[in-house]
Write a protein that binds this ligand. Structure first.
Ligand SMILES: [Zn+2]
Ligand SMILES: [Zn+2]
Length: 385
């Protein structure tokens, strides 16, 4: 007779997520792994604004208006808030299929394709769905083992499928997708305004001060101004250009990825099924539409059982992880596989205005052995013979 103690260790799901994201603050903050360029963005914005507050604001507040530094501070705070919101959030990562789900999809594909003779190339893994009377192809992701929802794409840097994938932006250190696109756009828009604002008041400052003490003396007294003008000048073109490009995309309800691939360019005779054919409606949907919850449930609790003997009978002394399939990364309502009975049977209305979450067939979901409310660590004593 011996007693075995089973200890349940609490793990958050983000600790076990596949893909190449990094997490901090216990899973609240989610970013890409490569963050060097993101730190450069922070340095440029904070550095330039600090120089502006140190060299120009005191003079402009006295000689022109105290509202100038106040508005600059407000704009700076807004830019930083939008940047951090874009960088630290889940862009819309789609959970990978569980082994059982992946097996089911494989079986389904094999059944649909029939027997493929040796040496023959199997047909491409594609499903067609109908969206607003347009046939759209869903491609199979060999890494995530899912048929990607329309507009989703696999980010090679983050190694995840991202819903309404726009692009991976190293400047913000994250993917830009369904859940953070509007914050990314507001970031580029507000950064454009801030850059123009600082650039314009740098010039005003130099002109006003030059009248009093001469141009050369002004440059000597405020060396930061030259640096600011240079940074703002080079930033202006790229950031304003980027904002203009994204304004154009939003007016068409299109993503950068779709624009680059020419998904709706008409060569495939597929018009953009998400566009309302109205610029105002497209802008409203992208910028003011509903916000989507994260389907990763990355702060969800997983319980891992580890057993250890408490008696002298140490024949089963090795501590092992239980076979509990706790690698569940999806919420029970997480969309995983787009409705496959399309276009003839179900005809989902995944259209722009009425975009509906795709649903996975219920029978595919394995029983969830863990409950987020489970109390841990739980100590269970068993008698072994
Ligand atoms: Zn993928
Ligand atoms: Zn990415």
């Amino acid at each position: 007779m011996s007693a075995v103690m089973i200890t349940r260790k609490v793990t958050r799901k983000w600790e076990k997520l596949p893909g190449k994201n990094t997490f901090c603050c216990d899973g609240r903050v989610m970013m890409a792994r490569q963050k060097g360029v993101f730190y450069l963005t922070l340095f440029l914005i904070i550095g330039t604004c600090s120089l502006f507050f140190a060299f120009e604001c005191p003079y402009l507040a006295v000689h022109l208006s105290p509202a100038i530094p106040v508005f600059a501070v407000l704009l700076f705070v807004f830019v930083m808030a939008m940047l951090l919101r874009t960088s630290f959030s889940d862009p819309g990562v789609l959970p990978r299929a569980l082994p059982e789900e992946a097996n089911f999809i494989e079986m389904e594909i094999e059944a649909a394709n029939g027997n493929v003779l040796a040496g023959q190339r199997p047909p491409p893994r594609i499903k067609n769905v109908q969206i607003n009377n347009q046939i759209v192809k869903l491609k199979y992701c060999y890494t995530c083992k899912i048929f990607r929802p329309p507009r989703a794409s696999h980010c090679s840097i983050c190694d995840n499928c991202v819903d309404r994938f726009d692009h991976h932006c190293p400047w913000v250190g994250n993917c830009v997708g369904k859940r953070n696109y509007r914050y990314f756009y507001l970031f580029t828009l507000s950064l454009s305004l801030l850059t123009i604002y600082i650039f314009a008041f740098d010039i005003v400052h130099v002109v006003l001060r030059s009248v009093d003490s001469g141009f050369v003396n002004t440059i000597k007294e405020t060396p930061g101004t030259v640096l600011e003008v240079l940074v703002c000048f080079f930033t202006l073109w790229s950031v304003v250009g980027l904002t203009g490009f994204h304004t154009y995309l939003i007016s068409l309800n299109q993503t950068t990825n779709e624009d680059i691939k020419g998904s709706w360019s008409g060569k495939n005779r597929v018009q953009n099924p998400y566009s309302h054919k109205n610029i105002i409606e497209n802008c409203c949907e992208v910028l003011c539409g509903p916000t989507y919850p994260s389907v990763l449930d990355r702060r969800g609790v997983m319980l891992e059982d580890s057993t250890s003997p408490t008696s002298s009978d140490a024949s089963a002394a090795s501590t092992h992880k239980s076979s509990n399939p706790v690698s569940q990364t999806t919420k029970s309502s997480a969309p995983l596989i787009p409705n496959e009975h399309t276009p003839d049977e179900a005809k989902p209305s995944i259209g722009a205005g009425t975009q509906k979450s795709t649903s996975s067939p219920k029978e595919e979901k394995p029983p969830s052995p863990t409950s987020p409310n489970a109390v841990a660590p739980a100590v269970i004593k068993e008698s072994a013979h």
